[in-house]
Design a protein around this ligand. Structure first.
Ligand code: SF4
Length: 325
């Protein structure tokens, strides 16, 4: 409700650009900066503090941006960097990847995790060749039609590779918006329409400014307004932060951590490592040994994680062969 109220107040600001209110405070005190000044403060901060990442370079192609966005979806920058560089060296254009078997994409994915993304990138490269003459399409609807490209990725590639005004909303942006504008420690547990409206209404009208805003909010979330310990003293917009003004209220839920040990993901990583290294078909025993080496114990035709608690190992697609508690 507060979010909707704020979104409406932002809309009203568009008609009154000199209005002092940026975020609603519990005591209705005006924030220090108008929205345009918040845009400006973050753009200046970004200019001085943004990480020098190769997919942000002026010479990076739309294909390089698309590959980076898919790789970064669930993997930190530091792990993505060497794999991204190797991919772009080996497959500088979508057609270069499309010519290779999909298995090569999975092999080159290395240990980035969630290797299905490699298959989707390969499928996207094939579709780009078939439908877009080998060039990454530049509009949101066209990007959204590519295999493996969801609404976030389509908006991010349209904004960062083609300089378009798009509402980009990822995990970092959602967290910054929740704190800065809505006064909540964390965004809601899943993306909702009110968040999208707020993101759209806080986006600068000017195209160039909108691209900088998307990038700078994302970077602020990655470097300063982090999930566990926001560095508010270093924050360029702390004077306008609704969460600080509200007295830093705690989150209303406990975020789920991503477990690794004893999960299907851990087994899948071990199996993928064996498959990546293989030059010929792999015997099932080798894959079973990879799981056993992690401490998974044979249980009939299945494997069981020893510290079985009944809750740590989710049953999923692997459960036919590798069953948890
Ligand atoms: S002041 Fe703190 S909580 Fe608010 S936006 Fe900045 S880093 Fe995030």
């Amino acid at each position: 409700m507060a979010l909707i109220y704020y979104a409406e107040s932002i809309k009203a600001l568009a008609d009154y650009p000199t209005a002092p209110l940026v975020a609603p405070r519990p005591d209705d005190k005006p924030a220090a900066l108008p929205l345009s000044a918040v845009h400006e403060a973050l753009a200046t901060w970004f200019e001085a503090n943004a990480r020098d990442l190769p997919w942000r370079a002026a010479e990076c192609t739309p294909w390089g941006v698309l590959v980076s966005e898919i790789m970064l979806q669930q993997t930190p920058v530091v792990r993505v960097l060497p794999v991204w560089e190797e991919w772009l060296r080996r497959w500088p254009e979508p057609a270069d990847l499309a010519r290779e078997p999909a298995g090569e994409a999975v092999r080159a994915w290395g240990r980035l995790g969630y290797p299905r993304r490699a298959l989707r990138l390969h499928a996207a490269a094939v579709a780009i060749g078939a439908n877009h003459e080998g060039k990454v399409p530049g509009t949101y609807p066209e990007l959204l039609e590519l295999p493996g490209v969801g609404s976030y990725t389509a908006a991010a590639v349209a904004a960062f590779a083609f300089g378009r005004r798009e509402t980009v909303v990822d995990t970092n942006i959602r967290r910054v918006h929740a704190r800065l504008f809505s006064g909540a420690a964390l965004p809601s547990q899943s993306l909702n329409a009110a968040e999208m409206r707020l993101a759209a209404q806080t986006l600068p009208d000017d195209v160039g400014s909108s691209v900088r805003w998307n990038a700078s909010v994302m970077e602020l979330g990655a470097l300063v307004c982090t999930a566990r310990s926001p560095k508010c003293r270093e924050c360029p917009v702390s004077g306008s932060c609704a969460w600080l003004a509200a007295g830093e209220p705690p989150p209303t839920y406990t975020p789920k951590g991503q477990s690794w040990h004893g999960t299907d993901r851990q087994v899948r990583g071990a199996v993928m490592a064996v498959l990546r290294a293989a030059e010929s078909p792999v015997a099932p025993e080798l894959l079973q040994r990879a799981a056993a080496d992690l401490g998974f114990e044979p249980a009939g035709s299945e494997f069981r994680w020893p510290p079985c608690t009944g809750s740590t190992l989710p049953r999923s697609s692997w459960s036919a062969h590798w069953r948890g508690c």
